[in-house]
Design a protein around this ligand. Sequence first.
Ligand code: NAD
Length: 354
Amino acid sequence: MTYKVTLIPGDGTGPELVEATRRVIDATGVDIEWELMEAGSDVMDKYGTPLPEPVLESVRRNRIALKGPITTPIGTGFRSVNVALRHSLELYACLRPCKSYPGVRSRYSDIDLVLIRENSEDLYAGVEFDLGSPEAETIRSMSNGKIKNPSAISIKPISAEGSRKIIRFAFDYAVKNGRRKVTAVAKANIMKFTDGLFYRTAQEIAAEYPGIEYEEVLVDAMCMQLVQRPEAYDVIVTENLYGDILSDLCAGLVGGLGVAPGANLGYEAAVFEATHGSAPKYKGMNKVNPTAVLLSGKLMLEHMGELEAARRVEQAVAAVIAEGKYVTYDMKPDRNDPTAVGTSQMADAIIARL
Ligand code: NAD
């Protein structure tokens, strides 16, 4: 069977990381026809937008994409392409597995948890009113003096439907992947309506899954718990902003951004990408670690049902990391180690281990 997959190299170090991943996936023998699509700051001049419509059409058609990171320039007016892509394709769930691999330098070992982040609402919905705007003044005037004059205001919408979708996704993921526990994270003692709704919804859905243990932890306590005893957690489900922060924390537990994969999933499409950004200072230097994008490729193979190929990719990545020879600078005990290899050489070593 030939699969058609949209390939978005992105910008910064994205193209070299995506190329390394494409080569490894092709070497598994899974037959993929890649549809190359350009997006990001490098195509602004050519298309007048960093997210040309044909990119979205391609992902909608193929229903699956592998994506490199895309830079969000500060102060140029356009919204994050990454956020726009998730909104346009209704990719409501962000999946971020965090797993320890022997050989990765980290303060912890034996971590195997999965963070599931709601991807479309919360303070990321983009409902903001600037200082001095009539809308900000209207909202302020309704606040019984709780909002100072003048203020800029961001709104945090949490919908019943959005909460139901992400929480059900987390429980279904737990069942499908043999996980034992789901922990819902919010701050309902302070945000009684928004985060209260999130917890109430989670309690209702948890009752439908008696085989999965359910618990609630407040987000501040969760930060401390994850640092003190990360092994106590299994599947964590949370809102957009808490999820953004916790996923970087979890990446730190297992060795940093260079090894943290991710997926953005919806009913119509799935986009696989690393947690990290475009690391633009290393652009074109064949230097950065391909592991996070590669493991995102492994998630993509699992999503496609190519479980054996996914297992082979993970085992080859793990073997190369454990050996510690053909790895990028960030995986060496000394970051200036002259024996560190480049992005494409690490991919070559992984292909040799498949
Ligand atoms: P970043 O993740 O690009 O880089 C932070 C640091 O992490 C880098 O300087 C580097 O030391 C390290 N790092 C990141 N990836 C690495 C890798 N593969 N191997 C080794 N080291 C790695 O974060 P940033 O500098 O805050 O963001 C740069 C740009 O990327 C910004 O414009 C940001 O908006 C964007 N971004 C995009 C995405 C995405 O495309 N989904 C995600 C996050 C950030």
